[in-house]
Design a protein around this ligand. Sequence first.
Ligand SMILES: *[C@@H]1O[C@H](CO)[C@@H](O)[C@H](O)[C@H]1NC(C)=O
Ligand SMILES: *[C@@H]1O[C@H](CO)[C@@H](O)[C@H](O)[C@H]1NC(C)=O
Ligand SMILES: *[C@@H]1O[C@H](CO)[C@@H](O)[C@H](O)[C@H]1NC(C)=O
Ligand SMILES: *[C@@H]1O[C@H](CO)[C@@H](O)[C@H](O)[C@H]1NC(C)=O
Ligand SMILES: *[C@@H]1O[C@H](CO)[C@@H](O)[C@H](O)[C@H]1NC(C)=O
Length: 330
Amino acid sequence: MAATVVWVALVCFHIVRCAPVSSSDDEFVFKTWMSQYNKSYSLDEYYRRLQIFTENKRRIEEHNAGGHSFTMGLNHFSDLTFTEFKKDFLLTEPQNCSATRGSHLHSSGPYPDAVDWRRRGNFVTPVKNQGRCGSCWTFSTTGCLESVTAIATGKLLELSEQQLIDCAQDFNNHGCMGGLPSQAFEYIKYTKGLMTEEDYPYKAHDDTCKFQPSMAAAFVDEVVNITSYDEMGMVDAVARLNPVSFAYEVTSDFVHYKDGVYSSTNCKNTTEFVNHAVLAAGYGEENGTLFWIVKNSWGTSWGKDGYFLIERGKNMCGLAACSSYPLPLV
Ligand SMILES: *[C@@H]1O[C@H](CO)[C@@H](O)[C@H](O)[C@H]1NC(C)=O
Ligand SMILES: *[C@@H]1O[C@H](CO)[C@@H](O)[C@H](O)[C@H]1NC(C)=O
Ligand SMILES: *[C@@H]1O[C@H](CO)[C@@H](O)[C@H](O)[C@H]1NC(C)=O
Ligand SMILES: *[C@@H]1O[C@H](CO)[C@@H](O)[C@H](O)[C@H]1NC(C)=O
Ligand SMILES: *[C@@H]1O[C@H](CO)[C@@H](O)[C@H](O)[C@H]1NC(C)=O
């Protein structure tokens, strides 16, 4: 009893907003979560993070009781407010991503009902983790070039995000502050190659460029943009050619995505709002809902083993605003 009184007093002392106060059940879940995700805090920070965690947990429970097309779950972001999350993990500035006339050449179909490049062969590398750095665009880029190269050569290599963070500034990219796959493909084309993950490992912070041309392992011949909002162009490319990089807007209800088909009315659908880049590794349809199968870069404990499904055919959250892929040089 005495401990509870002290604890409540501490909560109210350390944080400005006292309600809703976390219950001892919440604190138990929080402590279990802390050990699962290896988190540790100073005493001050502990009560602040417990409060934020409790708010996130309540939101997740409310959402999951509400009959939505997707479920949410706790993950390694559950101690962050969305404002903190945006600052550390998303693109913070509007991107120059509109392609009014892309160079992707459409076929006229028909297309398979479902495509999954993970099942077509050894064409997709394991899910990676960008850490605390707005480098999603580099993972979308390597993911796409890894697949495109593997489809052309039969050899699946893991490629370097850090080279793009450190070296691709001349193409409007800004390291951990953001960038775009199309601009990263342009950089790789002009610098004549991208090194492997092993030779140029990931550090999750900006550093000086250490690209060695003699060690380049994958190459870009041409950059292909898909015309903005031509979502069927994305279907055409994914069905016939390869996975495709795209960007879209992440809003707070996406951060705790766990399963099902993500769909939201919170996000916007135009280029100026996109703040995250990922890789469309396939698509499908289930229960009458069309969706994309998407590889994210937030580790394998996030979402569906690091992947998510997002509604297809409605330019959901601007996902068709800026999509692109490279033609490999082999
Ligand atoms: C847990 O975190 C500590 C401190 O940040 C670190 O030294 C340790 O390697 C981590 N352990 C695991 C299993 O991630
Ligand atoms: C957009 O393009 C302009 C002109 O090339 C450049 O100055 C600006 O930094 C770019 N914005 C971003 C977010 O890269
Ligand atoms: C593709 O789009 C990017 C902007 O995201 C632009 O810089 C580039 O010139 C475009 N490339 C082609 C081949 O149209
Ligand atoms: C389709 O419906 C079934 C049964 O309700 C459900 O288990 C499954 O998760 C649904 N699929 C998707 C992709 O939402
Ligand atoms: C965005 O959504 C609005 C409202 O649903 C719709 O009218 C508009 O056509 C959409 N724009 C794009 C580019 O998808």
